[in-house]
Design a protein around this ligand. Structure first.
Ligand code: NAD
Ligand code: UDP
Length: 337
């Protein structure tokens, strides 16, 4: 298949492009490089030994998207392009609605115009809010506490409604849990701008000496050691989930929703211990107060993805921390190293 990948230069997009190319698909990337660089795409081509088409455009630019769909007769779209910083979204909510919601709306309109009827959308476990119980299944109530999460909920709803209105449309909503890790080559990985919000890039930056210590946000949750528990999933497993989704559900009209997680939760301190082993040094940390809006624990029931997509996460916690460390230690300043 020929697949248009929005946000394909980013962290999850770049890993997914490798898996798409490895499975024999052609890739056309549309990215405005607002949170990425062309370097990630050259490295993907180097790893794969294959070329991709790249269109430097914003998904809100209807004329540019129209031209991209006219030039490339694509079979399906995987839509990663979006802003993802929860804190920033509370400061600039309109920026998030504009980029994530308006952008998705323009994309779906242009897809419709060009009769492209398969869409895979990057949603998030954040749409479950603070779940009453764990593990989380796809039918749990949806709620969220910040504009980023709300932008995901609105796009999900937009997809469900558009599928009802268009009998030919197949939409796959993939709710990611906590993506970590990097390609085994150590040449592509997560490259956050500024101070990382997420746990794993913060730990790797402490380990490489760019930050003094990790602040652990609270140790009084009702969890194994009091620190927050999350379902960390290796980004390569996540990438493979997209290939399965597109191959199994291309042309299968309807809105299909899946959790992509491992089903296993780890606490912050368990992650610190695993990472210290990987980098062979202690990662210094200090316990501080809880972060506003954080929840105690969150992990997936991934059974539905296994039954329909024939997909399950294969990589271990050791793979996650070893691969994260390989990427960070080889590229202390990310793609600008
Ligand atoms: P990323 O920032 O590395 O990648 C997003 C890419 O989209 C970047 O290359 C950026 O330049 C591009 N982009 C953003 N807005 C655009 C626009 N208007 N037009 C064109 N390109 C645009 O982020 P990621 O971690 O790879 O996340 C990919 C998707 O997965 C996002 O939608 C994110 O919300 C979602 N997601 C991420 C996580 C996570 O923890 N990384 C968890 C759940 C869901
Ligand atoms: N966390 C932390 N220190 C940090 C970043 C995160 O203690 O600098 C904790 C956070 O409280 C949560 C877990 O690590 O329990 C994962 O946080 P992240 O922001 O990566 O993911 P999310 O909270 O969005 O699931």
């Amino acid at each position: 298949m020929k697949i248009l990948v929005t946000g394909g230069a980013g962290y999850i997009g770049s890993h997914t492009c490798i898996e798409l190319l490895a499975s024999g698909h052609e890739v056309v990337i549309v990215d405005n490089l607002s949170n990425s660089s062309e370097e990630s795409m050259s490295r993907v081509e180097k790893i794969s030994g294959k070329k991709m088409a790249f269109i430097h455009a914003d998904i809100r630019d209807e004329a540019a998207l129209d031209a991209a769909f006219s030039q490339h007769k694509v079979d399906a779209v995987i839509h990663f392009a979006g802003l993802k910083a929860v804190g920033e979204s509370t400061e600039f909510p309109l920026k998030y609605y504009d980029n994530n919601v308006s952008g998705s709306c323009v994309l779906m309109q242009v897809m419709d115009k060009h009769n492209v009827n398969t869409l895979v959308f990057s949603s998030s476990a954040t749409v479950y809010g603070d779940p009453a119980t764990v593990p989380i299944t796809e039918d749990f109530p949806l709620t969220t506490t910040n504009p980023y999460g709300q932008s995901k909920l609105v796009v999900e709803q937009m997809c469900r409604e558009t599928v009802i209105a268009n009998d030919n449309l197949s939409v796959v909503l993939l709710r990611y849990f906590n993506p970590v890790g990097a390609h085994i080559s150590g040449t592509i990985g997560e490259d956050p701008k500024g101070i990382p919000n997420n746990l794993m890039p913060f730990i790797t930056q402490v380990a490489v000496g760019k930050r003094e210590f990790l602040s652990v946000f609270g140790d009084d949750y009702d969890t194994v050691d009091g620190t927050g528990v999350r379902d960390y999933i290796h980004v390569v497993d996540l990438a493979k989930g997209h290939v399965q989704a597109i191959e199994k559900l291309h042309g299968q009209a309807g809105c299909h929703t899946f959790n992509l997680g491992t089903g296993q939760g780890y606490s912050v301190l368990e992650m610190v211990a695993a990472f210290s082993k990987a980098c062979n040094k202690e990662v210094p940390y200090k316990i501080i107060e809880r972060r506003a809006g954080d929840i105690g624990q969150c992990y997936a029931d991934p059974a539905y993805a296994k039954s329909v997509l024939d997909w399950q996460a294969e990589k271990t916690l050791d793979d996650m921390v070893n691969d994260s460390w390989r990427w960070q230690s080889n590229n202390p300043d990310g793609y600008s190293s």
